[in-house]
Design a protein around this ligand. Structure first.
Ligand SMILES: O=C(CO)[C@H](O)[C@H](O)COP(=O)(O)O
Length: 262
């Protein structure tokens, strides 16, 4: 599969958006594309690195690959910092040595998926529920490599019509959900408590919190201002917009892999 290395965010966003994602003849499955992006990202990993290990079906492929390379002796002395309990368990099962931010406050590299990527490499993350730990860990990395299949590319944050998650404390969650919805009334925001499909109860994060999923009908505009307004609400722990955090974006599509360096 061909790889293109691109440098300028705006120009290449346009190029990526015009890639033929709507082609009627789909050759590779979405999961195969995720795996291709993940394996490409692992090419950035070197022995001795402290690595942020992301969460989700795309990041899972990268962690499997890191485990495989360690077992083959092609990588050594890796320290992984997992972004969720599920990733912690996966990494442990693969024999990847693990640590945490208390012991390794600066990471060499993190690899993680995303739910949306806008033309400026701003992300929506957290549909898998791990946004707080992801943001803490990925905010401490010298390099943050984001891996997606081309379906994750959007014109603007919220543009997929799917959720922008916000982690909140459980105390009076309806009050906080209402405040969040009111904040984005002009964008036609709908705020919904995330429910666990396993037990029909509120979804509880690794940190014991709830998640409110925000759905926007329109572009919310200034992301930094929106993020700051969300964080000013008492009851909010963190939001799923990762603004100006990604340093490298790897997109796998039907025509090949694009490595987009911000
Ligand atoms: O933010 C995340 C988890 O909290 C994931 O990175 C995001 O949901 C993408 O998941 P997937 O790789 O399964 O599509």
């Amino acid at each position: 599969m061909a790889t293109a290395y691109l440098g300028s965010k705006k120009a290449n966003a346009a190029a990526l958006m015009s890639s033929p994602s709507s082609s009627p003849q789909r050759i590779l499955s979405q999961d195969e594309l995720k795996k291709i992006a993940a394996y490409k990202a692992v090419e950035f990993v070197e022995s001795g690195m402290v690595l942020g290990l992301g969460t989700g079906s795309t990041a899972k492929h990268a962690i499997d690959r890191i485990g495989e390379l360690l077992q083959q002796g092609k990588l050594a002395n890796i320290v992984g910092i997992p972004t969720s309990t599920i990733t912690h368990e996966q990494a442990l099962s693969l024999g990847i040595p693990l640590s945490d931010l208390d012991n390794h406050p600066v990471l060499d590299l993190a690899i993680d998926g995303a739910d949306e990527v806008d033309p400026d490499m701003n992300l929506v993350k957290g549909r898998g529920g791990s946004l707080l730990r992801e943001k803490m860990i990925e905010g401490c990395c010298k390099k943050f490599v984001v891996i997606v299949d081309e379906s994750k590319l959007v014109d603007y944050v919220g543009g997929s019509g799917l959720a922008m998650p916000v982690e909140i404390v459980p105390f009076c969650w309806k009050f906080t959900a209402h405040k969040l919805q009111s904040l984005f009334a002009e964008a036609g925001c709908d705020a919904k408590l995330r429910i666990s499909p396993q037990n029909g109860k509120p979804y509880v994060t690794d940190n014991g919190n709830f998640i409110i999923d925000l759905y926007f009908k329109k572009d919310i505009g200034d992301l930094k201002a929106a993020g700051d307004a969300i964080l000013r609400l008492a009851g909010v722990v963190e939001h799923g917009m990762f603004i100006d955090m990604a340093t490298t974006l790897i997109v796998a599509g039907e025509l090949g892999v694009t490595v987009w360096i911000g």
